[in-house]
Design a binder for this molecule. Structure first.
Ligand code: CA
Length: 234
């Protein structure tokens, strides 16, 4: 896990709400950026590649819906939490259909928003920041995460399970850093309190047989004794 402050872009045109959100989030250690209209929001997204977007729907100029759609078109995968004053089911459905992850109706409690932000950020830590990684080259094995396959020199095309894809994504997002078994259980399996780390070992061993030429002497997915695992890439 990175210790660098997470970047949150607040797209909102209401000065008092901007102030409250910025103040709260900065106090929590986040690095905030403000856009008061949609065009500016897209600009900041491209420049800063934030970790999360708080997006008001009712904006001057480009609407929040259009910002959301545009961001997803550009293949950014960070979580988007939409804000709206209109308590209409149709908004929620439309918002989630065009790629928002969550939705809050004004007026809302800042603590509730903060809890949702933290939950979303935790979930998105399984992914590399920003643009999704679809292919990873572990020479001579080539992994295609989008198709959930690995091209193995001896075994040919091997199918990866959904869990294996998530496991690779998480290890890749933390490449060259040690990752503990409990960290994997929490972020790949989403078990908050499990101590059954054997599950991790079984999956890692299966995954190795698919992405390593010699699974008994792995070149990439290595064991760090007493620590956990690490994906070693150059
Ligand atoms: Ca507004």
């Amino acid at each position: 896990m990175s210790t660098e402050a997470k970047k949150i872009l607040i797209v909102e045109d209401e000065p008092s709400l901007i102030f409250t959100l910025q103040d709260t989030l900065e106090n929590e250690g986040y690095n905030t950026f403000i856009a008061k209209e949609g065009g500016k929001a897209i600009e900041i997204v491209k420049k800063e590649n934030p970790d999360l977007l708080i997006l008001d729907l009712m904006l001057p100029g480009i609407s929040g819906y259009d910002v959301c759609e545009k961001v997803r078109e550009l293949n950014y995968t960070f979580p988007i939490i939409m804000l709206t004053a209109r308590d209409q089911e149709i908004d929620k459905v439309t918002g989630l259909n065009i790629g928002a992850d969550d939705y809050m109706t004004k007026p809302f409690g800042v603590k509730e928003l903060l809890a949702r932000i933290q939950a979303r950020l935790r979930r998105s830590e399984t992914y590399a920041k920003g643009k999704p990684v679809n292919e990873i080259d572990l020479d001579p094995v080539h992994i295609n995460l989008k198709n959930a396959t690995a091209e193995h020199p001896e075994k040919g095309e091997v199918d990866l399970t959904t869990r294996e894809v998530e496991l690779i994504r998480y290890l890749y997002a933390n490449a060259n850093s040690p990752v503990s078994r409990s960290d994997l259980l929490e972020n790949v399996w989403r078990y908050e309190y499990s101590t059954n780390t054997r599950t991790v070992d079984v999956h890692v061993s299966k995954l190795r047989s698919k992405i390593e030429v010699n699974p008994d002497d792995p070149k990439y997915l290595v064991t760090l004794h007493g620590v956990g695992y690490m994906l070693k890439i150059s």
